[in-house]
Design a binder for this molecule. Sequence first.
Ligand code: C2E
Ligand code: CA
Ligand code: CA
Length: 747
Amino acid sequence: MSMDFLVPPKSQTNRVAKSPWKILVVDDDPDVHDVTRIAVDGCDFEDRPFELLHALSAEEARACLSEHDDIAVALIDVVMENDTAGLGLVSWIRSELGNSFTRLILRTGQPGYAPQTDVIMKFDVDGYAEKAELSRTKLITAIVTALRGYKLVLSLETNRQRLKQLNTQLSAIVEKNALSEFAALVLENFSDLAGEPVDGLLCGLESLSQPGSAGVSNVRVLAASGAFEDKLDLPLDVIGEDLVRKCVSECIVNKTEYSTSHGVALPLITRNGLSGALFIGLPLATLNEKIGSEIIRLFVSNVALGYEKTGLLEHIRNLAYVDRTTGQSTFSGFLEAFQSQAAAEHPLLVIHCDIQRFRFIVDGIGDEKAAAVLKQTGHRLSQTFPDALAIARKEKDEFLILLRGGLEVRIQDIVARIEESFQEPIAIDENQISLKLRCGIATADEGEHSAEEIVRHASIALNDVRQKGLTNHAVFHPLMQEAALERLRLASLLTGKGAQAEFSLSYQPIMQASDESIAAFEALMRFRTASGATLNTMRMIEAAETSGLIVEIGAWMFRSAFSEFSSLKGVSERVRLNVNLSPRQVQAGRIYKDIEDAAASAGLGLDRLVFEVTEGLFVNNDQVTLSVLTWLRNKGAKVVIDDFGTGYSSFSYLRKLPLDGIKIDRSFIMNMEQDPDALAVVRSIIAVAKALDLSITAEGVETAEQRKIMQELECDFLQGYLFSKPLPSSGLDAFVTASNCPDLAAG
Ligand code: C2E
Ligand code: CA
Ligand code: CA
């Protein structure tokens, strides 16, 4: 028999003194102790020497075993104090002491005196020998065999403990519901289990796969250790190591272990449709040798269980943080990303963008395809900004982008990047849809602002772009916010004393196109702060509309305009007063009374009035609107559509509505000299209006050329800076006199 274990090859490296194997000799015969000592002298097993402990009775043995919990082997004499003292000791060790690790070898001096086999069966005894038979070789062979057994039960126990510990850790992480943390801990624990750092990957789906989406296109590296550390977060598809990739995909697709000489992928099989794989960069045989296939199996099924729970939680979390239409972040996700970035204390930049005329797109292609447009928009944005810290859909057609800010960021570059990436139209089935994005941009320096605040700044800037319509982007400026604050101030101005001092009216003349005599004056609101600064009318009107204050302001406006107009001298009875009516005013029940009262107190007939309404008013085609307009016309007032061509333009409704005329929007007039399309639109608007017997007014006539074109097209009325800017009421008399002069001269 080979005795190589007695003389193990000395390793070249410095050997660390290892703790000895403790071996307890229990015998009432002192000679046996001596013989045993001589027999094992100088022996070791796996570089660890033997250390003998001695007990001359079962009694002494109990004391010794109680004191040392790391005795590897006990050689126990059967007959000592009494015939069964040794057997009693065995029973005591296993049952009362609760020690199931120490290997036990029974020895007897009397040939033929064998202990009952049931004791051996019952108490996990490793061997039985007659003392006479125990030659040195046999004794040492028996001890070494027992030591192997001891090592095995110990490692099983350690692994059991590790798994127990792992389970507690797993459930702790499950509560945190973070899949990546869970995955990292799995690899850490696997290294523990293997007793050395392993090159590992934990791959899996982040969220439940869509039904029918087989394959591994959705798989991502959730955790990576050792040589694979740089693979973290990568999609499986892009991992360079072909073998690893193949191994993991095969494992996930077939849900079975896949082993190569480089490593093994163990499947994580869950009941909820998640799938994943734990890849370890060691051959399966090595793993089984190191850890044991049983333990690995147990470990992996535990991991699968944890993965199932965390994965599901993450999926539920994703529902809140991932926008279903676009696959981008939700607003909540964006705010969270912002907060985690703000902690990093570098300047941030938020872009709030929307799609110009998205409403038309929805009307044109329907909700479903419009959703596809949004998805592609999100996708383009993420391609445009691979460096984005977050991209989210806020609502409808609005997106948010979070970028690193600071001095090195050039806004022009950002805007150019967006423009360029939307140069190509988006293809939805047979439709090619060109998109134009508008953006509001705001920056946050060193966490000065909360996420909500900076997003609001970006939104205010976007609103500015929308209202002005001049550029496709704007950077937030505190002045913009001032206007928003002004809206609040407006409320107190209206209700407070002396409020009217803050509003005034300007009047812009509208000329008869044929002879350029005054046909009407359009009353336009003016808003002034206490300090005398003029505020943007459009924005103020919009603010008044959204807050509902327009009804109150409108009532004031009717009173002032009617009375100022009726006190105007030298104008013919033909000259009318145009006033603007916003949808909110029309919807308010008090409109009849407000108009009648104002007209009565000014002594002005309603037949001197023209009401300008917007196309938006007719979208819902509701009865209230029709009643108001019909009432006005019955009283002799006229009703015209303002800004015609910009809204939900459709000629078809013109025929059905109680209307007298249209005002062609300034944007067409402005462009018709250079843009043949604009001119064509103007021509067709005029043709239709004439066919329907509607009067036509051209807004924003600024040049003589524009005037000429409109006169040739037989437009009825002209309005614009060419004739006059809006004038304060104090300037009206002079204007009337001046324009009456030619008449006087002629007459
Ligand atoms: P609007 O009804 O389209 O009024 C015409 C706007 O174009 C006025 O701006 C006027 O100053 C401007 N404008 C006139 N001619 C020219 C031109 O030749 N060139 C250029 N570039 N602009 C010209 P304003 O006064 O700022 O009014 C803006 C809008 O506010 C008005 O647009 C109207 O929709 C609204 N608004 C004004 N006053 C009232 C009001 O009393 N009630 C309601 N509901 N809305 C009002
Ligand atoms: Ca108007
Ligand atoms: Ca207009």
